[in-house]
Design a protein around this ligand. Structure first.
Ligand code: 5GP
Ligand code: MG
Ligand code: MG
Length: 183
């Protein structure tokens, strides 16, 4: 889906699909170098990270395993609740594995700090983060994002996996949702 297909729902295109792919390719070259000769398990956080995961995984010239977790932190609104629940856990035993968490966006960082602690408690060899987007608020919590796509302004964005009330995930670019849609 292109921005023109939902004309009026968006105020601004922040990141075009080509920019996303270009940046993911750069991140993949670093990941390949960092994990050379090592096993790598990509852990995607459903549902927002589906597009990042699909493109990142296929761009990587490195054998990987893939697993998924679903956590809830937002409900259907636009504000983080700070309460994290596991809706679907991993199928994989993390013991001795090199885990790379693949996330769509870090906003308050509450979800991710909770997730890192949770995964680290399962005796993995390592846990690192790859996130496509990060908002300025995230700087207030101590999260070391090893592979970051883009820092974006503090606005509610949709597209490339990111939804509002389950809509807009199939938009190819990342765009700012028009406030009249959610207010
Ligand atoms: P955090 O706990 O870091 O505040 O938020 C984590 C989750 O909230 C993200 O994985 C994402 O699902 C959702 N989220 C945060 N900011 C946005 C945004 O601007 N747009 C959308 N669609 N979801 C967001
Ligand atoms: Mg997410
Ligand atoms: Mg959502």
């Amino acid at each position: 889906m292109e921005p023109r297909d939902i004309d009026g729902d968006l105020t601004e295109i922040l990141i075009e699909e080509e920019q996303i792919h270009g940046r993911l390719a750069e991140l993949c070259r670093r990941i390949e170098a960092d994990y050379a000769g090592k096993d790598l398990l990509l852990v995607g956080v459903l549902k927002g990270a589906v597009m990042v995961m699909a493109d990142l995984a296929r761009e990587l010239k490195h054998p990987i395993a893939m697993d998924w977790m679903a956590v809830s932190s937002y409900g259907s609104g636009t504000q983080s609740s700070g309460v994290v629940r596991i809706l679907k856990d991993l199928d994989t035993d993390l013991h001795g594995r090199n885990v790379l968490i693949v996330e769509d966006i870090i906003d308050s960082g509450l979800t991710l700090s909770w997730l890192i602690a949770n995964l680290k408690s399962r005796q993995p060899e390592s846990v690192e983060i790859c996130a496509l987007l990060r908002k300025p608020d995230a700087a207030r919590v101590d999260i070391d994002v090893k592979y970051l796509g883009f820092d974006i302004p503090n606005q509610f964005v949709v597209g490339y996996g990111l939804d509002y009330a389950e809509k807009y995930r199939n938009l190819r670019s990342v765009a700012v949702l028009a406030p009249h849609i959610y207010s």
